[in-house]
Write a protein that binds this ligand. Structure first.
Ligand SMILES: [Fe+2]
Ligand SMILES: [Fe+2]
Length: 165
């Protein structure tokens, strides 16, 4: 997990706000998946002898509903985050906006694919995979994107009088 407070800030306030939200969403999701996985493994090991032919593991409704909700929040917040950056790049004619938008679209596709793996009776392997996605892969991608493309874009817009609050 990555804490927003430990990441470099860019020159535009709205972008820092969106980045904080994204790290918070991902951390909340990873935390919930961690707890969920622990409970699941405890339960699964206890009932292993009785239910050897169970294909997936049935999860409790409130926990799975919370995970589903957080997956949606992370995806929708990311759509908003990217749309705001894209509007800002258009407004200030940022030269590399095509490349930046392309990267946003690539990541949204990858995220949608990951989020589509979730179901209320998915396997321990899938939950572990989603935990790695929320706790490591997504935040690491975001950090790398912030220190490269976002930093350059925010600096350009700021130097051209933009605030995009
Ligand atoms: Fe960003
Ligand atoms: Fe970006």
């Amino acid at each position: 997990m990555i804490d927003f407070e430990c990441t470099p800030q860019v020159d535009l306030v709205f972008m820092n706000r969106e980045h904080r939200k994204a790290f918070d969403d991902a951390n909340a999701l990873a935390g919930l998946l961690d707890t969920f996985l622990e409970r699941l493994l405890d339960g699964a090991f206890e009932s292993e002898a009785e239910q050897e032919d169970e294909p997936g593991i049935k999860t409790s409704q409130p926990d799975s509903a919370k995970i589903e909700q957080l997956l949606q929040v992370l995806l929708l917040d990311t759509v908003t985050h990217f749309e705001l950056e894209q509007q800002c790049m258009e407004q200030y004619g940022f030269p590399a906006r095509g490349e930046h938008n392309k990267e946003h679209q690539r990541v949204l596709k990858w995220m949608a694919k990951q989020h589509g793996l979730w179901s209320c009776d998915c396997t321990v392997e899938t939950i572990t995979h989603l935990r790695t996605y929320a706790g490591d892969q997504f935040p690491n991608w975001l950090l790398n994107h912030i220190v490269t493309m976002d930093t350059v874009m925010a600096s350009y817009v700021h130097r051209h009088g933009g605030t995009c609050l």
